[in-house]
Ligand binder design. Structure first.
Ligand SMILES: [Cu+2]
Length: 487
């Protein structure tokens, strides 16, 4: 009880301060506050410090508003969802969630969005901290091997989500394209001892939870909101065991918690702790003494508490099957002296382990293997071709070649495909842009060049031509070489 009082004493002056700021805020109407922020002058520039989760950049404190240069690189890269399960993540800065951006109100952010040349897809960024069309999405659409620059002024303080908004938007978000940007108020946030960055996300894989191998994204499960994994910081175990975040008894902890979705809302809870203060939805409203705070998809919260006793605090989405069966579980390890007045029981460091199938080994016979060997028969061409399709084409043209309306044309019963085999080979070898008509529907988009060997091109197209009601053509290596040597 005494310690509780001390916490109150500690936070009371801060609260008074916060409420007087709130009162002042009430005198001005919102619009005026924004206008005032827009008038804050910037006269120096600096490169923004970006950090990977669970770390956050140094607090802003009393720094004056500046021109802040943010360089964010998009990387599409394979990672591990859980033991033995690989996933092709699309990332801002090489991590899920993406790099943390820390700014203050009145900063003029010059944003450089760089799409790595090895990437397959165009992307963009929608920052919820932006006042402007699409949150920046319209100005930042960038093809692989290009960089886009746009600039915005941070008008409203708060913790904001950013995400990719390229069609199909849900798929880009589901593959990990989200992160947090903090806009600190004038004078900065109150100092604390430890700050961390945590973001929840739901993932949809072709195989069930725990099924091994490289698991492609499953559009239908995503549409149906049937998540195979719900995790903090991009994978099962990203914040447990050796990856746990830490603090010492008596320290104040601030968690910047976001939810990338794409679908699920998070009932964020820390087992064995009460949040002293929560910046509700990442905004100015402060709530106190909270057990569980709701974080919407595409939303965030700032959670603050003092740790009083040693042990492992377990962070969960209190939709509890997600925590124990789908991965939404992290640890904050607190070291220091016990305080029997606050908690008298035995404290163990190792009692909570995810019990879901995600951590069990469930070997399957049909693991996806990459093949460099030329196919010896039609059956082998079909088999290798299917593997290549599931790894390379699937993301856009979908599992049954049905495509995605207004974004990716169908390969199933495609008149465009069946009319001209050389043209199809060329599309895979060299990419395809400009307006085309497939089965009466117009598409005007970009298919990037696919990095496949001539054998793989022959196999994948043979698979496509002999699936889903197509014309049944067989494509050979020689046919591919002929098209290749033409250009
Ligand atoms: Cu994207």
């Amino acid at each position: 009880m005494k310690t509780l009082k001390t916490i109150k004493q500690l936070f009371l002056p801060m609260l008074l301060l916060a409420s007087s700021v709130l009162l002042l805020g009430c005198v001005n109407d919102d619009k005026k506050t924004n206008e005032n922020s827009a008038d804050i002058a910037v006269n120096q520039e600096m490169i923004a410090e970006l950090t990977s989760p669970p770390h956050v950049p140094t607090p802003i404190g009393a720094r004056k508003a500046k021109k802040l240069i943010v360089k964010m690189e998009i990387l599409e890269e394979e990672g591990e969802m859980t033991d033995g399960v690989k996933y092709m993540y699309w990332t801002f800065g090489g991590t899920v969630p993406g790099s943390f951006i820390r700014t203050r109100v009145g900063d003029e952010v010059e944003f450089h969005l760089q799409n790595h040349p090895n990437n397959k897809l165009p992307h963009n960024i929608d920052l919820h901290a932006v006042t402007g069309p699409g949150g920046g999405a319209e100005s930042s659409f960038v093809a692989p091997g290009h960089s886009k620059v746009f600039s915005f002024k941070t008008l409203n303080p708060g913790l904001y989500v950013y995400h990719c908004a390229t069609a199909p938007v849900g798929m880009h978000i589901a593959n990990g394209m989200y992160g947090l940007i903090l806009v600190e108020p004038e004078g900065g946030l109150a100092p604390v001892d430890k700050e961390y960055y945590i973001m929840q996300g739901d993932f949809y894989t072709k195989g069930a939870n725990g099924e091994r191998g490289l698991q492609p994204f499953d559009m239908q499960k995503a549409v149906d909101e049937r998540a195979d994994y719900v995790v903090f910081n991009g994978s099962v175990g990203a914040l447990t065991g050796d990856n746990a975040i830490t603090a010492n008894v008596g320290e104040t902890v601030r968690l910047f918690v976001g939810n990338g979705g794409p679908n699920l809302v998070s009932s964020f809870h820390v087992i064995g702790e009460i949040f002293d203060r929560v910046h509700v939805e990442g905004g100015d409203l402060i709530n106190e003494n909270i057990q569980t705070t709701l974080i919407p998809a595409g939303g965030a919260a700032i959670v603050e508490f003092r740790v009083d006793v040693p042990g492992s605090l377990i962070m969960v989405d209190h939709s509890i099957f997600r925590a124990f069966n789908k991965g939404a579980l992290g640890m904050l390890k607190v070291s220091g002296e016990e305080d029997k007045k606050i908690y008298s029981g035995e404290i163990r460091d190792d009692i909570y382990l995810p019990e879901g199938p995600g951590i069990q080994t469930m070997p399957t016979t049909d693991e996806i293997v990459e093949s460099e060997i030329p196919a010896k028969s039609f059956e082998e061409q079909m088999e290798f071709g299917k593997q290549a399709y599931m790894q390379t084409c699937f993301a856009c043209h979908q599992g049954d070649g049905q495509g995605i309306a207004n974004a990716f044309p169908p390969l199933a019963k495609s008149d465009y495909l069946n009319a001209d085999v050389d043209r199809a080979i060329s599309a895979v070898l060299h990419g395809l842009t400009g307006e085309i008509t497939v089965n009466g529907n117009k598409y005007n988009s970009v298919m990037t060049r696919q990095t496949l060997s001539p054998d793989e091109v022959a196999n994948v197209l043979t698979y496509v031509y002999n699936s889903w009601g197509n014309s049944g053509k067989v494509v050979t290596r020689d046919m591919v070489m002929k098209v290749k040597n033409k250009k």
